[in-house]
Ligand binder design. Structure first.
Ligand SMILES: NC(=O)c1ccc[n+]([C@@H]2O[C@H](COP(=O)([O-])OP(=O)(O)OC[C@H]3O[C@@H](n4cnc5c(N)ncnc54)[C@H](O)[C@@H]3O)[C@@H](O)[C@H]2O)c1
Length: 324
């Protein structure tokens, strides 16, 4: 297929691009580089520096590339920032997303895979979380992602747009070519590894009195390469009229913050300084996905362990000179 990846110069998008190329697709990356990196896009993918909000130029680009499908990953994704500046999130995650849908309509492109998030569930009542569980986001980030999922439902009815929304839990790890380069970094594994490398004075554990096996929060981590494979498989579902589905992407198992730090200590052989702090508002004790649906429908399951996730991220830091 000829696939456009929006946000393909970002962390996950660059590795999804690698997986698509490896699977024999032609890829064009569309990114305005507000967060992404030009050098994350492999040379055998085409690249256009463009903002999704430029609807007419996006339409032209989709038509000229003879696009079969779009993987829509471009977004802002800092939860705390979304609470402080909700307008920024409505404008980019919902407004720019709808501009993309209109551009797709004009260019007669009817297949889309969307990067959604566990944040659509808010504070779930049960674990592991199923796709049919209530979606009650607790911040504008989750709210705007859910609103875009709803837009996909109505576009399916009105315009036969076919879509698969993939609700990622925590993406982590690296490929040989690409890894996590967020600024600011808010994800636990890169922060722990930055502390191991001496680039941060310590890592902070927020809350040690949760009702979990060691008192710290449990989260579900998937290797970014496993995550990328789910996108390749999701494209196959889009042949059918009326497809509008949402799937969780997690490993069904969780790790506590202390278990992440212990594994990182083992992988790096370094001492990782830790400080503890009170719980943060809105952090549920446990967030773990049931991926039974995507496993049943697409035969997807994650293959890489926590040790492999952390090892790949650490090796990538060594290769890029961020750790020595
Ligand atoms: N990293 C995770 O663990 C995680 C978890 C759940 C969901 N997600 C979602 O996955 C997607 C990718 O996440 P990531 O961690 O790779 O983020 P990222 O910030 O590394 O990548 C996002 C990319 O989108 C681009 N972009 C943003 N707005 C744009 C616009 N208007 N026009 C063109 N390009 C634009 C940025 O320049 C960046 O390259 C996001 O949609 C995010 O919400 C990520």
């Amino acid at each position: 297929m000829r696939v456009v990846v929006t946000g393909g110069a970002g962390y996950i998008g660059s590795i999804v691009t690698e997986a698509l190329l490896e699977d024999g697709h032609d890829v064009l990356v569309l990114d305005n580089l507000c967060k992404g990196h030009r050098d994350s896009v492999l040379a055998n993918a085409a690249f256009v520096e463009l903002d999704l909000r430029e609807e007419h130029r996006v339409t032209k680009m989709l038509a000229n590339f003879e696009t079969d499908a779009v993987i829509h990953m471009a977004a802002f994704s800092l939860v705390g920032e979304s609470v402080k500046s909700p307008g920024k999130y409505y404008e980019n995650n919902l407004g720019a997303g709808v501009s993309l849908l209109e551009a797709m309509r004009s260019a007669r492109v009817s297949k889309l895979v969307f990067s959604s998030t566990a944040a659509v569930y808010g504070e779930p009542l049960k674990q592991p979380i199923d796709e049919t569980d209530p979606t009650v986001p607790t911040n504008p980030y989750g709210e705007t992602k859910l609103a875009f999922e709803h837009a996909l439902h109505w576009y399916a009815r009105a315009h036969d747009l076919r879509s698969v929304s993939l609700r990622y839990f925590n993406a982590a790890g690296a490929s040989v070519a690409n890894g996590e380069r967020h600024d600011p970094e808010t994800h636990l594994i890169p922060l722990v590894l930055q502390a191991a490398a001496g680039r941060l004075p310590h890592v902070t554990i927020f809350g040690t009195d949760y009702p979990t096996r060691d008192g710290t929060c449990v989260r579900d981590y998937v290797h970014v390469e496993d995550l990328a494979q789910a996108h390749v498989r999701a494209l196959a579902l889009l042949g059918e009229t009326g497809t509008c589905r949402a799937y969780n992407l997690g490993c069904g198992d969780g790790y506590t913050v202390k278990e992440i730090i212990a594994t990182a200590t083992e992988v790096t052989g370094r001492t990782i300084p830790v400080v503890t702090a009170p719980r943060r508002a809105g952090d549920p004790a446990t967030l773990v996905a049931s991926s039974a649906s995507i496993s049943r429908d697409l035969g997807w399951s994650p293959h890489q362990s926590l040790t492999e996730i952390i090892t790949s991220a650490w090796q990538w830091m060594i290769r890029t000179g961020e750790a020595s």
